[in-house]
Write a protein that binds this ligand. Structure first.
Ligand SMILES: Nc1ncnc2c1ncn2[C@@H]1O[C@H](COP(=O)(O)OP(=O)(O)OP(=O)(O)O)[C@@H](O)[C@H]1O
Length: 291
């Protein structure tokens, strides 16, 4: 039997035995005709760039070829685990499995890996769940979906950035002002509710404006085009990030709001809580589901 088939059969067997919630596949593997016991198979998109960078960061410091190969395999294995964690967290935020085991199958030209991953131990999912303790999970979920979409597709073919400050909205409004007229002012709540998908297009449109979105605990957009009047001193975030990220982190220190940002430059989604970056993810194309 060809290698890919053997790997797919083995992954399906492991998944059935462990009662997995999903199989996540990357690479040229065909599950047609393989008994998966109704476990859904997701085809995930390419590895995020950060993981590829990590993989190719080989150190050539005079190590023996065997040690070099060992290091390369370790990097490859940890890169694959990170890749499955990342893809599973994105599917968690979209409509994918919420808990249990996910079996990841990564097929590259040189190697095949089967990774058994417990979603309960996924650091990104844990961080999302911690946010959900503070903000209505449905509201958090809607914000993440919109943010992923903005990170992935931008607007009119251009990459754009955005920031959503979610929860504790009275305090956030007190610590901010409009830089342009608030496009949500005076509109009925039904048209400002982030839980209603029909309002998502206009939210994405207003993401083009300068400033942040302020969203209350029930999902009502209180304002867009809002400037955060916060003190960015002593905010310890990744070097190279500017005003959008510093102010988003600072407002999460000064209030109990959660900040979700999308960077214009790299399409990276970050979440700040209590001034700390708790999530940093490159956007990936949503997986396509096979079963
Ligand atoms: N204090 C603030 N409050 C609200 N919005 C802000 C604030 N500072 C900056 N912004 C918004 O962020 C945009 C980008 O600013 P800047 O490039 O300094 O941030 P950044 O963190 O580097 O973001 P990106 O990675 O997306 O470029 C500004 O055009 C503005 O819309």
């Amino acid at each position: 039997m060809e290698r890919a088939r053997v790997i797919a059969e083995a992954a399906a067997h492991i998944s059935r035995e462990l009662g997995a919630a999903a199989i996540m596949v990357s690479g040229d593997l065909n599950f047609e005709g393989i008994e998966t016991g109704e476990i859904p198979v997701y085809y995930i998109s390419m590895r995020p760039k950060s993981i590829i960078d990590h993989l190719v960061a080989t150190s050539k410091d005079g190590k023996s070829p065997v040690k070099e190969l060992g290091d390369q395999l370790t990097r490859e294995a940890s890169g694959n685990v990170e890749y499955v964690q990342h893809a599973a967290a994105i599917e968690y935020a979209l409509e994918g499995p919420k808990n249990g085991i996910v079996v990841g199958v990564i097929e590259t030209r040189g190697s095949s890996s089967i990774i058994v991953h417990n979603l309960d131990d996924n650091p990104l999912i844990k961080a999302m769940k911690e946010c959900e303790e503070r903000v209505n999970p449905e509201v958090m979920n809607a914000v993440l979906k919109i943010a992923f979409d903005i990170a992935l597709t931008g607007r009119e073919g251009k990459k754009i950035g955005a920031a959503f400050i979610v929860g504790d909205s009275e305090e956030v409004l007190k610590r901010s002002h409009q830089i342009i007229l608030n496009p949500y002012e005076g509109h009925e709540e039904a048209h400002r509710n982030i839980l209603d998908r029909r309002n998502w297009e206009s939210i994405k449109e207003f993401a083009l404006l300068d400033g942040v979105f302020v969203i209350d605990e029930t999902g009502i957009v209180r304002a867009a085009g809002r400037y955060l009047d916060v003190d960015g001193k002593n905010i310890d975030i990744e070097k190279g990030l500017g005003g959008r990220h510093v102010s988003a982190a600072a407002i999460s220190r000064d209030t109990v709001a959660i900040s979700v940002t999308v960077s214009e430059s790299g399409g990276v989604l970050r979440v700040y809580k209590d001034a700390k970056e708790t999530i940093c993810m490159e956007s990936l194309q949503p997986a396509s589901r096979y079963v």
